[in-house]
Design a protein around this ligand. Structure first.
Ligand code: ACO
Length: 341
């Protein structure tokens, strides 16, 4: 059985920086830099321009990851795209990315799959990719986490609790087969559907007839409760710290790689306070954690691959290191993965 290792990483964020002060000045949101930084650690985030979608951001990140791996897009056997903000409800984003990477023109009609697991989406996709490679079904799987949140945020005072948290961006890795003794050593995912409504964006309800009510002119009407994401912030916080700690402890017990043996910790970037609490509970020293929430906000499925790409570029991530990833998000879903780099 081959091992599945990360042969290349790439990250991309759109150029437009939106600071906390910009949310006040340009969008008129009743908030402050102090409030946001104190509760979340976020200083600024990136917003994509109109006309740019998650597959566009993903394509930029994917090209960098392929280049880093020394591969051409035509070497890929599969694309997995983790996102909660796909171009369209269906067919999602992965097929758009395939076309953008030139695979259709090259006659490489490889499998493309969207993974819809929100903030845990990248780890769900990573585990899926590793299994595909280890089974021998694929040699190179492109895994992308990409989000364009800015188009679907209520950027008014009404939506401030959620709108101030999120940003746009994409990260990508190539998961490749190797006979070397390295790669994804462990992954385990979890979910608790009892909390499906605690963080959700219904937009439409497929149980209704029609699924979006029409007005007398036949135009679809989506109420603001359906249009924007809703979140029980305190519930999310409580469950996030509990599940992230639990997922890490289970990973350590299963792999017998314990805290001091881990060289680098990559936490999903939802909220600096969540991560500081989890790190404190687990006794993880600050110098083994990397963050980007201060610069990008919560980029959901993109946070961990963006961290990987940045840490690989700045030398924090070195061959042979043991890297523990952990995430929690809407669903509730969560997961952990241990990678020997
Ligand atoms: N600026 C100013 N005031 C605000 C803002 C804002 N951006 N957002 C909310 N407030 C106000 C509220 O309206 C409320 O005012 P009121 O007392 O007059 O009603 C007050 O601040 C307190 O609101 P709470 O929601 O109780 O604030 P809380 O201290 O719980 O902080 C927060 C909110 C930061 C969202 C917190 O609950 C949290 O960190 N939760 C975790 C959720 C999270 O990180 N989600 C990310 C997505 S999920 C994921 O990726 C895992």
């Amino acid at each position: 059985m081959p091992n599945a290792y990360i042969s290349g990483t790439g990250g991309y964020v759109p150029p437009r920086v939106v600071t906390n002060d910009d949310l006040v000045r340009d969008y008129g949101i009743d908030t402050s830099d102090e409030w946001i930084q104190k509760r979340t650690g976020i200083k600024e985030r990136r917003f994509a321009d109109a006309g740019v979608g998650s597959a566009d951001l993903g394509a930029e990140a994917a090209r960098i990851a392929l280049d880093d791996a020394g591969l051409a897009a035509t070497d890929l056997d599969m694309i997995l795209f983790a996102t909660l903000s796909p171009e369209h409800h269906f067919p999602g984003s992965a097929v758009y990315l395939q076309e953008k990477l030139g695979l259709c023109d090259a006659g490489r009609f490889i499998g493309c799959m969207d993974i819809r697991n929100q903030c845990s989406g990248f780890l769900y996709a990573l585990g899926t990719a590793a299994s595909m490679v280890q089974s021998g079904a694929c040699r190179h799987v492109l895994v992308v986490g990409g989000e364009t949140h800015s188009a679907a945020l209520d950027l008014t005072t009404r939506g401030r609790t959620i709108a101030t948290l999120f940003g746009d961006g994409a990260g990508a890795v190539v998961v490749s087969a190797t006979d070397e003794d390295r790669g994804v050593r462990y992954w385990k995912m979890g979910a608790d559907g009892r909390f499906a409504d605690a963080l959700s964006q219904p937009v439409w309800d497929i149980r209704k007839r029609p699924f979006i009510p029409l007005n007398e002119d036949g135009v679809g009407q989506v109420s603001t409760e359906m249009l924007w994401a809703t979140m029980d912030g305190r519930k999310v916080f409580r469950h996030a710290v509990e599940r992230m700690c639990g997922a890490v402890m289970e990973a350590c017990q299963s792999t017998e790689v314990f805290g001091p043996d881990v060289d680098l910790w990559l936490f999903h970037q939802a909220n600096m306070r969540i991560n500081q609490y989890v790190a404190g509970q687990l006794g993880i020293p600050e110098d083994k954690l990397v963050h980007n929430i201060d610069r990008y906000g919560n980029t959901t499925a993109a946070t961990i691959p963006l961290l990987m790409a940045e840490a690989a570029r700045d030398g924090r991530l070195q061959r042979g290191m043991k890297v523990m990833c952990v995430a929690f998000g809407s669903g509730f879903t969560w997961g952990a993965a241990l990678i020997e780099w």
